[in-house]
Design a protein around this ligand. Structure first.
Ligand SMILES: NC(=O)c1ccc[n+]([C@@H]2O[C@H](COP(=O)([O-])OP(=O)(O)OC[C@H]3O[C@@H](n4cnc5c(N)ncnc54)[C@H](OP(=O)(O)O)[C@@H]3O)[C@@H](O)[C@H]2O)c1
Length: 286
């Protein structure tokens, strides 16, 4: 007689699971014993990710049809399993000087980084409320300090802090926990994507903007490469997500990496103009 297989008792949705923090988180939560619905945007990534306790689902968080399909998949789960948590992880990095990043690129950053996160949360809210679920938002140190050249990305992450806090305060009476995870630098594919984007956008700058910002663009590229080199592995972030999901009473915020823990604390006490000088000098712009 074959051994009876214990099916995972609870579902978790992870967005942006094709790479980086999302993939490590899906794998970690599957190993923790959850059934993970892992959001990916194409069938190749789905095939690579599928494994025990990981069920890839096609999900573009800016696409209403795939969001609807996800909500139906969760609601119609064959085992009637509850949704323990959604991990709002999917993200992109649009970087460049505020004055030159085209408005459509600002919109794209906000569409994915803010509206998409809210759309996923809204789509899954009935399932999350059914059994005291959790919303885990993956923030960034970029929401604590807005570095020159990182305006669009930081703006979206700052906005998500507000969304996160409002949601937590609104939904606590209904048993929903809302948690912000703030990683510092993590070595992932975001480096490559961010570099490609800033180089593409730099080509659209006017001659005057080039005159003002070429040094800044170089500094942003160098900074992104430093983040990638010095960043922690995505598994470190995944372990923190796992803790936030498994804790009986999760904290409202978790930091990932020493850079995040230290910087997030000290920037609150440094006068703005001193911080301006420190950041410019650290990027070699002073
Ligand atoms: N890396 C860092 O240093 C760092 C630091 C702090 C916070 N974070 C945050 O961590 C999260 C994950 O980033 P990562 O570093 O792991 O980067 P990553 O490896 O580039 O992963 C980003 C993921 O988001 C997905 N994605 C992008 N647009 C999407 C959309 N419209 N719908 C659904 N999925 C979409 C990507 O899918 P495709 O493969 O299909 O593009 C990919 O799976 C992000 O929210 C990021 O802001 C990263």
């Amino acid at each position: 007689m074959p051994e009876p297989i214990n099916l995972p008792a609870e579902l978790i949705v992870v967005t942006g699971a094709s790479s980086g923090i999302g993939r490590a988180t899906a794998q970690r939560l599957a190993a923790d014993g959850f059934h993970v619905l892992a959001g990916v945007r194409n069938t190749e990534d789905a095939a690579k990710l599928a494994s025990r306790n990981i069920e890839p689902v096609i999900l573009d968080i800016t696409d209403a049809d795939t969001l609807r399909a996800l909500a139906i998949r969760v609601a119609d789960d064959e085992g009637g399993r509850p949704l323990r948590a959604v991990v709002n992880n999917a993200g992109i990095a649009v970087n460049g000087p505020v004055e030159s990043v085209p408005l459509d690129e600002w919109r794209r950053q906000f569409e994915v980084g803010v509206i998409g996160q809210i759309a996923v949360t809204q789509a899954l809210m009935p399932a999350l409320l059914a059994k005291g679920g959790r919303v885990i938002n993956i923030g960034s140190l970029g929401s604590k300090v807005s570095m020159p050249g990182f305006g669009p990305y930081s703006a979206a992450k700052f906005a998500m802090e507000a969304v996160n806090d409002a949601l937590r305060r609104e939904m606590a009476p209904f048993g929903l926990s809302v948690v912000m995870i703030t990683p510092g630098a993590v070595s992932t594919g975001m480096t490559e994507q961010g570099l490609k984007t800033i180089r593409r956008l730099a080509q659209l700058m006017t001659r005057e903007q080039h005159g003002r910002h070429d040094k800044l663009i170089d500094a942003v590229e160098a900074q992104v490469e430093t983040f990638a080199r010095d960043g922690v592995k995505p598994e470190v972030a995944a372990a923190v997500v796992s803790r936030a999901i498994s804790a009986r009473t999760p904290r409202t915020r978790y930091m990932v990496g020493r850079d995040a823990a230290v910087l997030a604390r000290i920037v609150r006490f440094i006068p703005a103009r001193l911080l301006d000088r420190m950041l410019r000098s650290q990027m070699g712009l002073a």
